[in-house]
Design a protein around this ligand. Structure first.
Ligand code: FCB
Length: 484
């Protein structure tokens, strides 16, 4: 392929850039979003089963009962990954398949499914990157208090030990949590995600117990894995812009809640003092016990970075209607920003936008990686999610050309490459997502896949972006948008 070289373009539309040997190109999914088989082989209910079946919570009343039917189509989906030239596959394990009630009894058929998945990946030369928790908490644990309850972190450590024992001889990378920001603040504060609670203090308790769960799971995985896996966690960083008087203060507050509430304890061993002050009227943080921070603060091999767009904040004037453009579907009254919800507003950002209404800003990814690398100079990074939803159409010949998604990916991969060239220890890039799937509160209405799924027939069709990504993954050279 004679890809011309374009470098340093002002709009991040480079091509011909060569990624270093060993740079991992993969794609990602999550259990509830793709598996289906919601009540098979002993799987118990999760909070997303309950939430999606509660009227009004998910668009169109959609749920994950069938999803992409990946549970039954494992072999052909593995072949698809192979055809796409993926070097790694990031998937998550459904805790309620492993422990249907969240504690105690182990469900062997659940283990067997993931064991087959891992073996199938290894047979095809694809590295298994396994996330323990991508939001499907066993419902009985929520009934006992959920993440605001400390016992959930204890249960998570037991679950992690089960998985370390079962798969720790073969998994390439263990990821404890996916985006604990969403689990805590959208689940317990804003309410747009399961379990849909609107309790600001509980959201902050959930932050801490998720952090604790991360630390406890690292201990359990390290104690039980007999191979030589790498250890990681995936965070969704908020890349902030500020406008108006007090822009810095608005950004500081949101950065504390969104980013430093996790990187503080995990990578520095302390909660930021300003976070504790900003939230003092909501909670006294007495759920942080002696020794917790030492448990949470453990070395990780790779920090997983999820990035889609930026957010723009401003100190609210207290008079004009408050704007809530933080990228999340309104959920009736709750807040994802405890302690700052009457102080900071999220304003509309300049386009272009994806079908999620998220602004396209590849420069934000470069800035994020450079900023993290400056803050944590010894740390390696992996982009564990990046991608875009668009309203794809199937052409008359049955193909799915999706040039806007190709353009999005190309621009963000340009940003990733620029970060690499500036010295960031970036090890890989996972496109979200392998398949169109159940996009949480939006159901099946938002398509992120590089492979189309027809939700009537469940048939898979590789999109133009899938062909484009295959070229990238197999050559390590960034194609232009025109080659797919
Ligand atoms: C992330 C989630 C992932 C997917 C993308 C679009 O926040 O981790 O499951 O929904 O957003």
């Amino acid at each position: 392929m004679n890809t011309a070289i374009v470098k340093g373009s002002s709009d991040y539309r480079d091509c011909g850039l060569v990624f270093p040997p060993g740079f991992t190109f993969g794609s990602a999914t999550a259990s509830y979003q793709v598996e289906g088989a919601f009540d098979e082989d002993g799987r118990g209910p999760s909070i997303w089963d309950t939430f999606s079946k509660t009227p009004g919570k998910v668009w169109n009343g959609d749920n994950g009962d069938v999803a992409c039917d990946h549970y039954h189509r494992l072999e052909s989906d593995l072949d698809l990954m192979n055809d796409l030239g993926l070097a790694a596959y990031r998937f998550s394990i459904a805790w309620p398949r492993i422990q249907p009630t969240g504690t105690g009894r182990l469900n062997q058929p659940g283990i067997d499914f993931y064991s087959r998945l891992v073996d199938g990946l290894l047979e095809r030369g694809i590295k298994p990157v396994a996330t323990l928790y991508h939001w499907d908490l066993p419902q009985p644990l929520e009934d006992a208090g959920g993440w605001p309850a400390r016992a959930t972190a204890d249960a998570f450590a037991d679950y992690a030990a089960i998985m370390g024992t079962a798969l720790g001889d073969r998994v390439h990378t263990w990821t404890t949590l996916n985006e604990p920001w969403c689990s805590a603040y959208l689940g317990y504060g804003q309410g747009g995600h399961a379990p849909g609670r609107h309790e600001p203090a509980a959201a902050l308790a959930a932050v801490h117990h998720l952090n604790l769960a991360h630390g406890r799971a690292l201990e359990a995985l390290r104690a039980t894995s007999t191979g030589s896996p790498e250890y990681s966690v995936t965070l969704n960083f908020h890349v902030l812009r500020g406008v108006g008087d007090g822009a810095d203060e608005a950004m500081r507050r949101i950065d504390a809640l969104a980013n430093r509430a996790f990187t503080g304890p995990m990578l520095k061993g302390a909660y930021p003092a300003d976070l504790l002050e900003d939230t003092a009227s909501v909670t006294d943080w007495s759920f942080v016990h002696e020794g917790d921070l030492a448990t949470i603060h453990q070395p990780i091999d790779v920090l997983g970075v999820n990035y889609y767009s930026t957010a723009t904040v401003r100190l609210w004037d207290g008079e004009t209607p408050m704007q809530h453009n933080d990228g999340h579907k309104a959920a009736g009254g709750g807040t994802a920003w405890p302690g700052s919800d009457r102080i900071v507003e999220f304003v509309q950002q300049p386009g272009p936008y994806t079908a999620m209404g998220w602004n396209i800003a590849p420069e934000g990814l470069e800035e994020l990686l450079l900023g993290l690398s400056a803050q944590f100079p010894q740390q390696s990074f992996m982009i564990t999610e990046n991608g875009a939803a668009f309203d794809d159409t199937v052409a008359a010949d049955g193909t799915v050309p999706d040039p806007t998604r190709v353009d999005y990916l190309r621009r963000h991969l340009t940003a990733a490459h620029r970060a690499l060239e500036q010295g960031v220890d970036l090890r890989g890039y996972f496109v979200w997502s392998l398949l169109d799937n159940f996009e949480w509160g939006y159901g099946y209405a938002k398509r992120f896949g590089i492979v189309r799924v027809d939700f009537d027939t469940l048939e898979r069709t590789v999109k133009g972006s899938g062909l484009w990504f295959r070229e990238l993954a197999s050559t390590g050279v960034l194609p232009s948008s025109g080659n797919a």
